[in-house]
Design a protein around this ligand. Sequence first.
Ligand SMILES: [Zn+2]
Ligand SMILES: [Zn+2]
Length: 133
Amino acid sequence: MNDFRTGGCACGQIHYEVNGPVEFSFHCYCRKCQRSTGGGHSSAFAVANEDVILTGEIKYYSQPADTGYISYSGFCPNCGSPILSKTERFPDRFYFHAATLDDPSLFRPEVVVFKEQAHSWDRANILLINADK
Ligand SMILES: [Zn+2]
Ligand SMILES: [Zn+2]
C-alpha cells in the first residue's frame, strides 16, 4: 500500500502530507465526534505525528474526553473544515478526518468505536475491511 497521503481543508489554507504508515482507521460514533463533524460519526485514520508535514495554522478546540484526558479538535479557522483530532492520552498521534484526504477513496475503515452512541438514523452497520476483528 502507498503510505504517502496528502490532504487539507476546503479553502486550501491547511495542507498536510503523511509519509508513514496508517496505524489504524475507524468510524467513531462518540458524541464529541458527532459535534465536531456535524454528522452521526467521524471517519478517521491514525498516524504518527512525526510522519506528518503540516502547513497552515490549525485552530484547536479542547475539551475533556470521557477518559479524563483532554482531547483536541483541529479545524481551519478560515473555512471551518474539521481536519484532525489529538488526545493528551496519545500525544504522538494525529487522527485525520478521512474526507480531508485529497483522495478519500484511500480510506479503509477497520473498526467501529463507541457504536453504542450511534443514532438510529446513522447505524454502525457499515462494511469494514476486517469485520471479524
Ligand atoms: Zn480552510
Ligand atoms: Zn469520537
